[in-house]
Design a binder for this molecule. Structure first.
Ligand code: GDP
Length: 449
């Protein structure tokens, strides 16, 4: 964990070729760093672009002509003194400038540290900080819409409203305990129970944020050589999976995002599941992983081969997850091909020619719609696993408080449950406890964000 009282520096623009690069510096020593590194005809003033020379603080060597904009705390992204230094994007310039900043006393920033500081200093709340990161990566209109509503404070608003009600109930409880004030126990009980219902309702009507942003997981499975890799490549329109005529080539899992009908899927190609006698250790491990993945996947495309003998039984996949397809429709089918169970429905397609593949795609899209991957309607929140866990924690604490009050009136223990429930909600917006979650959230941001 880092301290927040030192001064950090990082490249904020993407590394690589480009005309210009943006370096960011934030922390109490920002002014001193600029004094040591930046020579300009006019003095640095907040929010004014200054053109000058960037020099090494010890050798005085000129590193580049640069434009510096200084932001004085608290009026900056991080809430601290902050400078944005625009240099030319050559790697030697960028490296030289970063080195000079560090030689003058700055520390290289950790991933997401600028945004972490913004949250720590109350410039953004945690849900908004995540929305900023989501917007930078949104792949579907639904994901973009969700991030914008989050940035607009929808989740914070709902959580804070709930929190205020709990805090009010707790204030009444405290008044009774500490100052022996006469309070209406029924009132405290009613608002505790109402808060509990709201917390539970928020969770019950929410959608899964990870699914919206990362896509619904779709596993491709079926016997070896049925054409799974070929189908994977056909869907993605690129040669991601290695296709070979030798059975059992795909032993490890490949994953790729796949967009269809406005939905984001995470398509994965695993090892042949019905393969028997996989002798090699790598192959056995591949089969084990594919099985585990079938369990986890939201949907499974089970691919059989029309040129092989018909399967004796239906695919070993729960019917609500299964999309069953038989491949190589461009070749002559094996005599009598059809599943033993005549009522079973399957699609015929050819991964090689593309025939029938749109039908498969529409099946995927209609399943996604049913699985709740559609654009969330107004009022439906999307919650991350962490947010859901904290809301559930609050709901459970409120239920315990309610039972305690009902059984014994207002006592210390009930007041403590109310305090903890409010605290769980404060963690959602990042008002407390953001040190603990650095690894869970900010470390996934890029450096310079
Ligand atoms: P996997 O083991 O299930 O991943 O199967 P592959 O995608 O590696 O395919 C095995 C073999 O079947 C390769 O030689 C493919 O070119 C061939 N194949 C895949 N799909 C089709 C198809 O629709 N028609 C024909 N004729 N051959 C196919």
């Amino acid at each position: 964990m880092f301290r927040a009282d030192d001064t950090i520096a990082a490249l904020a623009s993407p590394p690589g070729r480009g005309a210009l690069a943006l370096l960011r510096v934030s922390g109490p020593a920002t002014r001193d760093l600029l004094a040591a590194l930046f020579r300009a005809p006019a003095a640095v003033e907040p929010r004014r672009a200054r053109l000058g020379e960037l020099v090494h603080p010890h050798s005085g060597e000129v590193l580049d002509r640069a434009v510096v904009v200084f932001y004085e705390e608290p009026h900056s992204y991080t809430g601290e003194d902050l400078a944005e230094i625009t240099v030319h994007a050559g790697p030697a310039v960028v490296e030289g400038a970063l080195e000079a900043l560090c030689d003058a006393g700055a520390r290289p920033a950790e991933p997401g540290e600028f945004t972490w500081r913004a949250v720590a200093n109350g410039k953004l709340d945690l849900t908004e900080a995540q929305a900023v990161a989501d917007l930078a990566e949104a792949r579907t209109a639904a994901a973009r819409g969700e991030a914008l509503r989050r940035l607009g404070g929808e989740l914070s608003h709902r959580v804070n409203g709930l929190r205020e009600r709990i805090v009010a109930a707790r204030a009444l409880a405290e008044a009774s305990l500490e100052f022996q004030r006469e309070v209406d126990v029924e009132e405290v009980l009613a608002s505790t129970a109402a808060a509990e219902r709201s917390a539970r309702k928020l969770v019950a009507s929410s959608r899964d944020r990870e699914t919206l942003h990362r896509g619904l997981t779709v596993a491709l499975a079926g016997p070896r050589n049925a054409g799974k890799s070929t189908l994977f490549n056909r869907l993605l329109g690129e040669d991601r999976a290695i296709v070979t005529p030798h059975p059992g080539t795909t032993t490890d899992r490949l994953e790729a995002p796949y967009l269809a009908g406005g939905f984001l899927f995470r398509l994965s190609d695993g090892a042949g599941l019905t393969a028997r006698g996989g002798r090699g250790a790598v192959e056995r491990e591949g089969i084990r992983r594919a099985r585990a993945y079938l369990e986890e996947a939201a949907l499974v495309i089970w691919l059989d081969d029309l040129t092989s003998p018909p399967p004796a039984e239906a695919p070993p996949v729960a019917p609500e997850k299964l999309i069953w397809a038989a491949n190589k429709a461009d070749l002559a089918s094996h005599a009598g091909w059809g599943p033993a169970d005549k009522s079973a429905r399957f699609l015929r397609l050819s991964a090689l020619t593309g025939e029938g593949v749109e039908v498969l795609t529409s099946a995927l899209v209609s399943r996604a719609r049913k699985a709740g991957g559609a654009a969330p309607e107004e009022g439906t929140l999307t919650l991350s696993a962490r947010e859901r866990r904290l809301l559930e924690e609050a709901g459970e604490g409120l239920a315990r408080a309610r039972d305690l009050i009902r059984a014994r009136g207002i006592e210390e223990l009930a007041a403590e449950e109310l305090r903890l429930a409010a605290e769980a909600l404060a963690k959602i917006v990042g008002e407390i406890g953001i040190e603990e979650i650095y690894g869970e959230i900010f470390s996934r941001f890029c450096i310079g964000k």
